[in-house]
Ligand binder design. Structure first.
Ligand SMILES: Cc1ncc(COP(=O)(O)O)c(C=O)c1O
Length: 462
């Protein structure tokens, strides 16, 4: 084995083996990192193994232990072993997975992985799919397909004519939408003004009457974007009621299921997503709840023709292969890594039952964490766990709500500084809160106990 690969293997193993002991937060300061990495471009080279050893030594302290079982910030997820190892193979094979001709095996494996994903998530088996860099680009792919279809129905060929002069399209969504939806809309030329953010009810979901009213105000084509688990409280829109309303109004329905869509794999939790299969396109991530290494998103589209028309390109030097999948026809990228291979590996390692067990485990741990932290003196459950997301807040007697906002942020900072667990903050219904987000296959009951104890010790010192 090359010495550099040997060093990388050793450093990676040490990193993973040390997750339980190492502080979850990064230890290095911005100054430390600048001192380590900034400097003149080297005039001469170094031995590859020295580069790797140097990187491992200098970068590790500036890395978060997000692969650890006690990392509950944002929605990050870890990597199951086969997916991580397959990702190394992807780098070693170094294929350009744009075309079958560039990598026949990558094309075949990604095609199989896409079919398995549809089966796992129980979405239409004849939907098309694309492995993208993340949910952001999966949104772009789904919304580009939607744009193609709704404008086609309005008599406008957007792929030829572009957006200048096109009939205005409304993007009707909720006030709990993720920022990546808006950004995809901007990239596609809709602009922020096209977005209609409908108010949500106390459960964080759009009421059917609200959607019907919102759509009745649209004078032209509409795309409805619904949430399959919002990032604060895991709220899933009422798909079975909302999608027929949207379809009756002639709208395309796109679903943001960045992590929540994977709850379809759980018999216990899939009821939250009843009716989601009626949508027209879905965006999700393998790098979140499927525990595949960054980066890997997935777009799925019911109308294959609209999807292909929105993404495909032709050039004289492309060598299309009959009966073979050219990913370039479905993805927004040209050259690309074979990021579907780690997805295939994760699904092969866990199987349907393993994915279901992981989903159920994360939800149970989230419930225990939210309840356990919420029961501590000085803590409050702001929203109980739904799927794998919940919210807590910290309070002191006599504080105003604004002072408790600052106290909550300060408490999160102090919990993270213990190195025992890592959380992130959010603003929910105008108040600051700590998010409890459990997405990692590694998280176990011991991690939950350690995290609650860490929060308890910080609160006890307040
Ligand atoms: C609900 C939701 N949608 C979309 C995204 C964007 O996903 P990505 O970062 O993979 O592009 C996120 C990211 O956290 C999310 O939580």
């Amino acid at each position: 084995m090359s010495k550099a690969l040997e060093y990388a293997h050793r450093a990676a193993s040490a990193w993973l083996d040390g997750l339980d002991e190492r502080p979850v937060a990064a230890r290095a300061t911005p100054q430390d990192l600048a001192a380590a990495f900034q400097g003149p471009l080297p005039e001469t080279g170094s031995r590859p193994e020295d580069v790797i050893a140097w990187l491992a030594q200098n970068a590790s302290d500036g890395m978060l232990g997000s692969a650890s079982g006690r990392f509950f910030a944002w929605v990050i997820g870890g990597s199951v072993e086969a997916a991580l190892a397959a990702d190394w193979m992807v780098a070693a094979w170094d294929q350009n997975a744009a075309l079958y001709a560039c990598s026949p095996a990558a094309s075949a494996v990604e095609e199989a992985a896409g079919e398995w994903i549809k089966e796992l998530l129980d979405l239409p088996r004849d939907a098309s799919f694309a492995f993208t860099t993340g949910c952001q680009m999966a949104h772009l792919t789904g919304l580009a397909s939607a744009r193609n279809a709704v404008l086609q129905r309005a008599g406008w060929d957007v792929e030829t004519e572009g957006m200048f002069g096109a009939p205005p399209v409304a993007i009707v969504t909720s006030d709990q939408k993720h920022g990546s939806v808006e950004r995809a809309a901007r990239h596609l030329g809709f602009g922020r003004r096209a977005i209609v953010a409908l108010p949500t009810d106390a459960s964080g979901r759009i009421a059917p009457a609200t959607l019907a009213d919102g759509l009745s105000r649209c004078s032209g084509p509409a795309i409805v974007v619904l949430n399959a688990a919002d990032l604060n409280i895991g709220a899933c829109d009422r798909f079975a009621e909302l999608i027929p309303i949207a379809h009756a109004a002639g709208a395309w329905v796109h679903v943001d299921g960045a992590f929540g869509l994977f709850a379809r794999a759980s018999r216990r939790h899939r009821h939250h997503l009843n009716g989601v299969e009626l949508a027209d396109s879905w965006a999700t991530d393998a790098h979140k709840w499927l525990n595949v290494p960054f980066d890997c998103g997935i777009a799925l589209v019911r109308d294959r023709d609209a999807h292909r028309a929105a993404m495909t390109l032709s050039a004289s030097y492309i060598a299309p292969q009959a009966n073979a999948r050219d990913q370039i026809d479905w993805t927004p990228e040209w050259s690309r890594r074979a990021r579907g291979i780690p997805v295939y590996a994760a699904l092969k390692e866990m199987g349907r039952q393993g994915v279901e067990a992981m989903i159920d485990r994360c939800c149970a741990h989230c419930e225990a964490l939210v309840a356990g932290i919420g029961a501590l003196p000085g803590a409050q459950v702001l929203h109980p766990a739904t799927l794998n997301q919940g919210l807590v807040r910290f309070r002191r007697d006599g504080n105003t709500p604004e002072q408790d906002d600052a106290y909550t942020d300060e408490t999160i900072r102090r919990i993270n500084a213990t190195g025992e667990a890592f959380f992130s903050g959010t603003t929910w219904r105008e108040r600051r809160a700590m998010r409890v987000s459990v997405v990692n296959w590694r998280t176990g009951a011991g991690d939950v106990d350690r995290a609650i104890a860490a929060v308890g010790s910080v609160l006890a010192e307040s």
